[in-house]
Design a protein around this ligand. Structure first.
Ligand SMILES: [Zn+2]
Ligand SMILES: [Zn+2]
Length: 255
């Protein structure tokens, strides 16, 4: 399995983009602004998008992708996977003909270029030898993370979340975890903001990470632009045994 980081920041600026991970060459986990780094040819290979939650920084490129690839998707739709609450928000607030045309009905309902498949949290989807499990987390809107297993190796992404039990319990149920992307959106000085916005900061993450029974490589995502060094310093200080590293756009992992 190959994982390419297209974006992993809490915001945007030059060479910094929001969350999107390309698994092999056909699966996206989230479709934030990082998708814009792909060539047209690479975009055409995307067949599946797994959405963690409805916030703009994680879905911004879905409407634009449908429009950009429109002709090549007729009869060959991209499948968007989300839990029902998230799918309903996308339908009501994005693909509502006001913000953007409803590409789940274009060019016609019978051969639409986007197809939405709802998944129940806790369930898994099998796609060409890769098993993708949806895991409920604890965010300001209904949110999930994903665990992806392929060829006996496993990778997980927390999505946006603050302190919770289910992510860790769900990962612990499995035999292995080789790579984990976990968010820490804020620095410790913003702990109240982290609580209100349902994100981790290093001190909150330090209480949860020991719940994980596996010892994967752990990378920190969703760092607020300009705060990266502060957050990473606090992560290393509070969780020295984990050798935490920041995730960057352009990083590629092979498992
Ligand atoms: Zn969010
Ligand atoms: Zn986010």
């Amino acid at each position: 399995m190959k994982i390419r980081v297209l974006g992993c920041s809490g915001g945007i600026c030059q060479s910094v983009a929001t969350t999107s991970f390309l698994v092999d060459d056909d699966i996206l986990i989230d479709a934030g602004t990082g998708v814009g780094d792909l060539t047209l040819e690479e975009m055409r290979k995307i067949r599946h998008i797994f959405v963690t939650h409805s916030h703009l920084d994680h879905i911004a490129s879905i409407p634009l992708l449908a429009d950009t690839l429109f002709d090549s998707l007729i009869g060959n739709p991209i499948i968007v996977y989300a839990q029902k609450k998230t799918a309903d928000v996308l339908s009501k607030h994005v693909f509502n003909w006001s913000i953007w045309p409803d590409f789940t009905e274009l060019p016609h309902r019978t051969n639409a270029v986007l197809k939405c498949k709802t998944m129940k949290p806790g369930s898994s989807m099998e796609i060409d030898g890769r098993s993708i499990e949806m895991i409920t987390v604890n965010h300001a809107v209904p949110g999930v993370g994903y665990r992806v297993e392929s060829g006996g190796k496993a990778f997980a992404f927390s999505g946006d979340t603050t302190s919770n039990e289910n992510l860790w319990a769900s990962l612990n149920k499995h035999d292995r975890l080789d790579l984990l992307f976990i968010e820490s959106a804020f620095a410790n000085a913003d702990i109240e903001l982290a609580r209100i916005a349902f994100h981790y900061c290093p001190s909150l993450l330090a209480k949860d990470l020991p719940k994980l029974r596996h010892r994967p490589k752990v990378f920190i995502s969703h760092l607020k632009p300009g705060e990266e060094e502060t957050i990473m310093k606090e992560c290393r200080k509070t969780m020295p045994e984990w050798k935490l590293k920041p995730l960057h756009s352009g990083d590629v992992f092979k498992l």
